[in-house]
Ligand binder design. Structure first.
Ligand code: UDP
Length: 469
């Protein structure tokens, strides 16, 4: 067990899987550097404390009713969480601030998800420093900063007619890659991204689950426009010595023993993350495309991710026969372990940022099918900048799918993509070794937190001395 350094960090994750995972991983990283960690979380999608025995947990009511909590309109859900969590969050944080004479590890710093727009105001009132965790990439954050320009130029909102047009202001982006989220009120979506940028700019610094070698140009641009310290210290999941799960759904580990029986680099792993969904017709085409590819596949079908909740159990027998033997379907997989398995040869992904970084870290080439938000930007970088994947162009249709899978997994045409993925994997692990960019970034972050805290303690001391005089 490491020595504690008498500084507590309060981490406040947004209650979605793709935000919870990196925040808990960050907690583990900073715990190994001596900090005490408290996870302050909403009672909606709460993490499991038993998986993280070294952390303290404090829960706040989010005040959402069942129908509000189950909306698929993400901007609306985030806006509701912001409205309902602000007061309970402030109250809880206030209770945690030690009063004079109380023997508790003092709160050195708050680290909040980027999408809680109230947290800088709260931090200022309670006189605690606030850092932000950016759970997406640097390039997509930069795109958020130029969204007003893209809007002014008429690229967004789009009716689809310009979707294949190049965005001259940000090559190699196409109009269809610009972040959008399905919302009944597009203005709410723009406000969400705008608030995110404001939160980052008014923070004491921003932490990224990325690394310099991957996103150097975007990180450089951000350093210029944000004017706050920037700490790329990823890939997070590779820095954690222990890999306790933070899955909100039960992981089906039977897929690991199934993978053990498959030939080396033969399996296409298919998962679209924790919130993307497909229709009945689409999942049928996906499954038939997988069958046609003649490759073994591991497919994640999350409850609620397919129109028909009984898929595939109640599917026609000819269809199930087509999948027989070569495929494994699970409701939720231990993804990090799956991607690291020697049998996995490619990842068909929606390009959520965590999935993208996890795939890069294992040298697994990607078949990209972005759905919303930052995924289009991530996928464009995967295919056109890093060259470690290909887009599923031409529609979600079985022949097309089978062709794309074979290309990325086995055919000569995909060989360079597979090689580049292995080279990038080396860079992803190199940056974490002593002297590497993320290793130095983490040193910088730890020093930043400790320096800010000692400045705060000094000025609090000066105030009390002045008051005594
Ligand atoms: N994940 C998992 N098992 C699954 C599917 C996803 O553990 O079957 C994890 C994955 O490893 C990643 C997270 O869920 O850490 C999904 O985050 P991402 O940013 O990729 O996408 P989002 O869910 O936010 O759309």
């Amino acid at each position: 067990m490491n020595q504690r350094n008498n500084h507590r960090l309060v981490l406040f994750p947004l209650p979605f899987q793709g935000h919870m995972n990196p925040m808990l991983q960050l907690g583990r990283i900073l715990y190994t550097r001596g900090f005490s960690i408290t996870i302050l979380h909403t009672n909606f999608n709460a993490p499991d404390p038993s998986s993280h025995p070294h952390f303290a947990f404090r829960s706040i009511a989010n005040g959402l009713d069942r129908s509000e909590a189950s909306t698929l309109d993400i901007p609306r859900l985030v806006s509701l969480l912001n409205a309902r969590c602000a007061s309970p969050f402030e109250e809880c944080l206030r209770e945690m601030m030690p009063s004079p004479g109380v023997d508790a590890v003092p709160v050195a710093c708050l680290i909040s998800d980027q999408l809680f727009s109230f947290m800088c105001g709260v931090a200022e009132r309670l006189k605690v420093r606030a850092l932000v965790l950016r759970t997406g990439g640097a390039a997509s954050l930069y795109v958020y900063t130029i969204l007003p320009v893209l809007k002014e130029k008429g690229y967004v909102p789009t009716d689809g007619s310009r979707s294949e047009e190049a965005v001259k202001e940000f090559p190699p982006l196409l109009v269809r890659d610009i972040p959008v989220v399905d919302s009944q009120k597009p203005e709410m979506m723009f406000r969400l991204f705008d608030n995110l940028v404001k939160v980052v700019k008014s923070s004491t610094g921003v932490i990224f689950n990325t690394f310099e070698e991957l996103e150097h140009p975007a990180l450089t641009s951000l350093r210029e426009v944000l004017s706050v310290p920037v700490f790329p210290i990823g890939p997070f999941h590779k820095c954690c010595v222990t890999s306790s799960s933070s899955s909100l759904l039960a992981e089906d580990r039977s897929c690991i023993s199934w993978l053990d029986e498959q030939p080396l680099k033969s399996v296409i792993y298919v998962s679209f993350g924790s919130s993307a969904a497909v229709s009945n017709a689409e999942i049928l085409e996906i499954a038939l495309g997988l069958a046609d590819s003649q490759q073994p596949f591991l497919l994640v079908v999350r409850p609620g991710s397919v129109g028909d909740p009984e898929w595939p159990e109640k599917s026609p027998s000819h269809f199930l026969k087509a999948l027989e033997g070569r495929g494994k379907i699970v409701k939720w997989a231990p993804q990090v372990e799956v991607l690291a398995h020697p049998a996995v040869g490619a990842f068909w992904t929606h390009n959520g940022w965590n999935s993208t970084v996890e795939s890069i870290s294992e040298g697994v080439p990607m078949l990209c099918m972005p759905c919303f938000a930052d995924q289009g930007v991530n996928a464009r970088y995967v295919s056109d900048v890093w060259g470690v994947g290909v887009h599923l162009n031409g529609g979600l249709e079985r022949e097309n799918i089978a062709r794309a899978i074979k290309r990325v997994l086995v055919e000569r045409e995909g060989e360079e993509t597979r090689q580049r993925a292995l080279v990038l994997k080396e860079k992803a692990s190199g940056c974490l070794t002593p002297g590497g960019s993320s290793y130095r970034g983490l040193d910088g972050l730890v020093n930043h937190i400790l320096r800010c805290d000692s400045e705060d303690r000094l000025s609090a001391l000066e105030v009390s001395v002045n008051l005594c005089n």
